[in-house]
Structures are given as structure tokens and as C-alpha cells.
Design a protein around this ligand. Structure first.
Ligand code: NAP
Length: 270
């Protein structure tokens, strides 16, 4: 039987790359987001409206698939965006908004899909974390916190859902050249801000890192490896070698040294 895949955040970037790769490899893919194209260009790829911040929208998308196909085999939670700037100057609405999408949005979708997979006695849930879900990125503490929360949720669900035959894992990407560069919310300090000098080049550097980042098609290959694995690992890191070893360096180096390197990398030491 053809496997049914539901992907959030599949209108752009890594979600889109994973959706296309799975569709090309015979999976029936429901690629979702808010800005969906009229045509998918592939017979196995169907775009559906799904706003992870809206419970009715999630419920509608899941029940729509169930009415048509009666099962969902794979759920990939890729919807998300970044938020950068000094915490002190970040409006609370921005913080809530980010968590509503990156964390509560993921939970919302998972909660609708668990009963489906539990009844099937089978399923795979793949959550999108980040290397930033393993280290607190300076001036991106809210984004990093949302990904730390995803890491924690993934670990907990992996054990919680195992008896129902539901596998849970996550991907920790480094920088990839996606829509993230335009979709990140930047809180730019005003010229009177005490953060202005340190953050002068910070946002340009973030953009540069994303522009120089990997091709999201790499994620298209990785997801095939994950969905065909009999026993998916808890975590799949994806990115440059230096990005993949950063979480290990964080664990092994004294934080005074690691933190110094991190600040130096972002050019925000003073
Ligand atoms: N790019 C990187 O370097 C990088 C690194 C580590 C982790 N990540 C994570 O990877 C995931 C994918 O990011 P990306 O880089 O591929 O970014 P992207 O190209 O900006 O794609 C983000 C996707 O999220 C969707 N989205 C945003 N808000 C949504 C909402 N309320 N409901 C439903 N969909 C929503 C967008 O679709 P619509 O606008 O159509 O709704 C879009 O399809 C994110 O979770 C991100 O945090 C990215």
C-alpha cells in the first residue's frame, strides 16, 4: 500500500525539498502550509492549506486526508521560522508568535495525528529541530528555546508512543539556503540601543550564513534514509562538519571557552 505522508511547512525550503523527494520516490505526499501553490507538478504531491497556529485548520487537514485515504503513515513537522535580536527589545507578541508556530504548532499537529497512528499501530513522526536546539544561540535565545523544547518533546514522545508502534525522531540541520532568510523576524536595535554597536553586523552575518548554507535537497535525501529505516535513530544531524560537531564541543568544552568561540563566531564579543 502506498504510504501517506503529511508535511507541515512544505511550501518552501526543507519541507518542500522533503515533500518533492518523497513524492518522486512513490510516497503519496500532502504538502501543507499557508501559501500553497495551485499546482504541485507531481502526481503524488498534493498541496493543502494548514496553518499550524490554527487548531481547526490542523483538524480539517488531518480529517481531509483520513476521509480520502484512511491512514497517515508519516508526519513531518517542518513549519517554523527564526527570531533574532536582543531579548530586552523583543516584543512579547513576537515571542508568543514564535512559540505558537515552532513549538505549539508542532504539538497541535502531533496531537491530531497520534490517534490516527495509534489506531493503525504504526507510524513515524519526524520533528524539525536545529543545531540551535542544542546550543543557545546568542541573540536568538527564543528561537533556540523553541528548538530545545522540540528536542525535549521528541525524546519524551519517542518512549511514550513506542508501545503503539509509533516511531519518533528529529532532524538537527545546520544552515541551509532556504526561505528562512526572508521569514526570520529581525528585531533591529534602534540607534540609541545599548545593543546597536554589537549587533551592527550581526543580521548581515546571519543572512550570509544562510546564503552560504547547504542546498535543502540534502534534506530530501536524508528523509528517504529516515523513512526507509527499520529503526530510525533519535536524531539526524545535517550540515557542515563544523556544524555537526558543535553540540559535542558544547558538551565537552568548559562553557567559558565554548561561549568565547560562539561570541567570536557571531562577532559580538564586545
Ligand atoms: N534554514 C536553516 O538554516 C534551518 C536550520 C535549522 C533548522 N531550520 C528549521 O527548519 C524548518 C524549515 O525551515 P526552512 O529553512 O525550510 O524555512 P522556510 O523556507 O522559511 O520554510 C518555512 C516553512 O514553514 C511554513 N510556516 C511558517 N509558519 C507557518 C504556519 N503558521 N503554519 C504552517 N506553516 C507555516 C512556511 O509556509 P507558509 O508560509 O506557506 O505557511 C514554510 O513552508 C523550520 O522549522 C526551521 O526552524 C532551518
Amino acid at each position: 500500500m502506498q504510504k501517506i505522508v503529511l508535511i507541515t511547512g512544505a511550501t518552501s525550503g526543507m519541507g518542500k525539498a522533503m515533500a518533492e523527494s518523497l513524492a518522486e520516490n512513490g510516497y503519496q505526499v500532502f504538502a501543507t502550509g499557508r501559501n500553497i501553490p495551485n499546482e504541485s507538478g507531481h502526481q503524488n504531491l498534493f498541496y493543502r492549506y494548514l496553518d499550524v497556529k490554527n487548531n481547526d485548520s490542523v483538524k480539517g487537514a488531518v480529517s481531509g486526508i483520513m476521509e480520502q485515504f484512511h491512514h497517515i503513515d508519516i508526519l513531518i513537522n517542518s513549519a517554523g521560522f527564526g527570531l533574532a535580536g536582543p531579548l530586552e527589545e523583543t516584543p512579547f507578541e513576537e515571542i508568543y508568535n514564535l512559540f505558537e508556530t515552532n513549538y505549539f504548532g508542532t504539538i497541535r499537529v502531533i496531537r491530531h495525528v497520534i490517534p490516527v497512528m495509534r489506531k493503525q499501530g504504526d507510524g513515524l513522526i519526524v520533528n524539525m529541530s536545529s543545531i540551535g536546539g542544542r546550543i543557545g544561540l546568542p541573540f536568538q535565545g527564543i528561537y533556540s528555546s523553541s528548538k530545545f523544547a522540540i528536542e525535549c518533546l521528541t525524546e519524551a514522545l519517542r518512549i511514550e508512543l513506542k508501545p503503539f508502534g509509533i516511531k519518533v525522531c528529529m532532524i538537527e540541520p545546520g544552515d541551509y539556503h532556504t526561505g528562512a532568510i526572508h521569514n526570520r523576524h529581525n528585531i533591529i536595535p534602534t540607534k540609541d540601543s545599548p545593543y546597536q554597536k554589537r549587533l551592527k553586523n550581526y543580521f548581515d552575518l546571519l543572512d550570509k550564513n544562510i546564503t552560504k548554507g547547504g542546498n535543502p535537497e540534502v534534506l530530501g535525501k536524508l528523509i528517504l534514509k529516515i523513512v526507509t529505516s527499520a529503526k530510525p535513530r533519535l536524531c539526524y544531524k545535517s550540515g557542515r562538519f563544523t556544524e555537526r560537531i558543535t553540540p559535542f564541543a558544547r558538551n565537552f568544552l568548559p562553557y567559558s571557552i565554548f561561549g568565547w568561540f560562539l561570541a567570536r563566531f557571531y562577532k559580538i564579543n564586545n
